[in-house]
Design a binder for this molecule. Structure first.
Ligand code: SF4
Ligand code: SF4
Length: 342
């Protein structure tokens, strides 16, 4: 058998629904790139009855519904474990919990690997020296300890690495750490210019197109060759590659504790959400909202990218964009498969 690397762009589909549910915004950390914006997303800790009611709105008999539970730090919610079990009973096809690794409320004692498809840990460097200036002192040690406990108990663990100018040079040091930690999926994420800290003195910066293309795809392939599935955002479209806005062609819902429900992550700093929970009913919001932006067809590709992070665009002398920016939700996935020898 030979190992073959398969690489695919994960197509948007309406045949599945992805529910990104922020059950609180409180967190024990204060990461420099945090996109949580309490002024826009609320400070409530949703009670378990509200969580059940909102979860039940997205359940469907016709298509799989995937749930990603987030915060803030979701393990700070005292009822995270019952919420997960409730989602299973409601019929969610997969359940992922995104965590910073501190695993509060004895979380791992209150759930089993059968309850959760993936525990997804956020770590932004291969060492404390790189990670902690981004995510906070002690966060590397806490996160890697949390991963160790989870893997020892049989949970499937994935790891999210948000690439910025502060840590792109160390991305290539990740493969041995991922193997040591027992990670089964690796998500490389791109820094978004959003959240309250986005234009502050400590703000992180995005990397150029050439640097991204030079570093990220080769590291992704190296990690995939070690048997770990890797996903990373497309970010920069090649000439001729089609542009699609997930807001028009996919079933993604980003829910916040104040009831706002967005279809696009780049819109989350603004009161332009497409939907809102009002008295526990999901209500479409009047125009103008993000849905009206999704319909705009511009030569730069993603309209929200042009509005909120235009620094990653470049233009020729005649004013034509040199490339288009993909939807921030468009991902490449790389896996290694065994193929029969020739
Ligand atoms: S762990 Fe997540 S929610 Fe908490 S500060 Fe960091 S990015 Fe924000
Ligand atoms: S990131 Fe851009 S392309 Fe993707 S959903 Fe938002 S507006 Fe649409």
């Amino acid at each position: 058998m030979n190992a073959t690397v398969t690489r695919k762009t994960v197509a948007f589909t309406r045949n599945a629904v992805n529910v990104f549910f922020h059950i609180l915004t409180r967190c024990n950390l204060n990461c420099r790139h945090c996109y949580i914006n309490p002024a826009q997303h609320g400070t409530q800790i949703l009670d378990i009855d509200t969580i059940r009611t909102w979860l039940s709105v997205f359940v469907s008999d016709n298509r799989p519904v995937n749930l990603i539970l987030l915060g803030g730090e979701p393990t700070l919610h005292p009822d995270l474990a019952p919420a997960i079990k409730m989602a299973r009973r409601l019929g969610y096809a997969s359940i992922t919990v995104d965590t910073n690794g501190y695993l509060f409320h004895n979380f791992l004692d209150r759930v089993t690997p059968a309850d959760i498809d993936y525990l997804s840990f956020s770590l932004d460097g291969p060492t404390a020296e790189i990670n902690d200036p981004i995510r906070g002192n002690g966060s590397f040690a806490a996160c890697t300890a949390g991963i160790g406990q989870a893997v020892d108990r049989g949970f499937a663990a994935s790891l999210i690495y948000t690439v910025s100018a502060a840590n792109i040079n160390q991305l290539e040091q990740m493969p041995p750490l991922l193997a040591d930690l027992g990670i089964s999926r690796f998500f490389i994420q791109v820094l978004g210019i959003r959240g309250p800290g986005a234009d502050g003195p400590d703000a992180l910066t995005q990397v150029s197109r050439s640097r991204w293309n030079r570093v990220v795809p080769p590291v992704a392939e190296a990690v995939a060759r070690s048997g770990i599935t890797v996903t990373y955002p497309k970010v920069f479209l090649e000439p001729g590659e089609p542009f699609k806005c997930a807001g028009n062609v996919a079933g993604n819902y980003f829910i916040f504790p104040n009831g706002r429900v967005y279809r696009c992550p780049l819109c989350e700093d603004y009161p332009i959400h497409a939907l809102s929970f009002e008295n526990n009913r999901l209500i479409e919001q009047p125009a103008i909202n993000e849905t009206d932006l999704f319909r705009l067809d511009i030569p730069e590709g993603c309209v929200m990218n042009k509005l909120v992070q235009p620094g990653n665009l470049a233009y020729g002398a005649d004013g034509t964009p040199l490339y288009r920016i993909a939807c921030c939700l468009l991902k490449e996935e790389i896996q290694v498969c065994d193929s029969p020898s020739a």
